[in-house]
Design a protein around this ligand. Sequence first.
Ligand code: MG
Ligand code: ZN
Length: 367
Amino acid sequence: MRQIIKTSLILFSLTIFALACQQEVEVEKTVDSAKPRNVILMIGDGMGVAQIQAAILAADHALNLESLNNIGFSKTNNAEGKITDSAAGGTAMACGVKTYNGAIGLDANKQPVKSILHYAEDAGLASGLVATSTITHATPASFIAHEESRKSYQAIARDFLDTDIDVFIGGGYNDFAKRDDGLNLIDSLTTRGYQVVTDQAAMADIKTGKLAALLNEGPMPPVALGRGDMLPNAATKAIELLKQDPDGFFLMVEGSQIDWGGHENNIGYVVTELLDFDKAIGQVLEFARQDGNTLVIITADHETGGLSLLDVDVLGDSTAVNFSTDYHTGVMVPVYAYGPGAEAFRGTYENTAIFDKMMTALGLDKQ
Ligand code: MG
Ligand code: ZN
């Protein structure tokens, strides 16, 4: 017995000694300990600071966004230095290159560029995409497809099958099922091991494995017209499935329709979509706070509508808001970050740097 105690004591002392030795290394390791296992990029399409401020003014509670302290600005212009669209803006963040408007996963010379989702897949991480548009729309498409035109929705749907993406959730069923080439990509997805669901209740029942949730024929309806908690629930479901991969994951979650409210110059549409997006942000941050190993970045591809706020009653007083365009503008958009490596997102930089910073955070090398 005494021998056992003695041995235990020696082992205990050795452990303490080893820990003490490690501590010196620990300091240099701060870079490493800032390396998250998971990265979640959240894109509020068309979400400038005026849109966020409008939602803050309209809300009866603080936004989840307001809890974040690591903040930067992203310069969004496209390869020609002009106002970007969501394809060039999405490709900049997904692939790290400035390109022409309309390009999906191609550089300015129409050459395919590898996205962070593909890099993550090749490194053994799991990956996912969530959107409230069709899943074939410009923003999610930039992370997975390579097409000369963002309008090639059916070709973009086909591109999903060239990848190992684990989870995708959004609208766009028809781009997979009702195609001009007669192919039924739903069957192809099933053959490749995806559980394909077409409503939110069925999505809730999926607890493991690969998931293709195509929850509407076209885009999802606006949240004010019956989408419910689809976006927060989809973000939570994607995390639930992806976190089962011990190697980590990359996930992009888009609040797609903040932009559509901007195009319509409809402040109610903008605010309700932004509050819904913020609800999804709350879900994601709750996971990240528990997990401690997840970097969350929340930003936009561009501002939409040239929104200015002239008074505080943004929903009640029609003179309180002013849109200066029904298209996008060139103002910088905010970048919020939380989790290991979040400090790297402070400052003012090109939108392509978001790709570089995420790659660095995950320890992935560009090839
Ligand atoms: Mg979009
Ligand atoms: Zn737009």
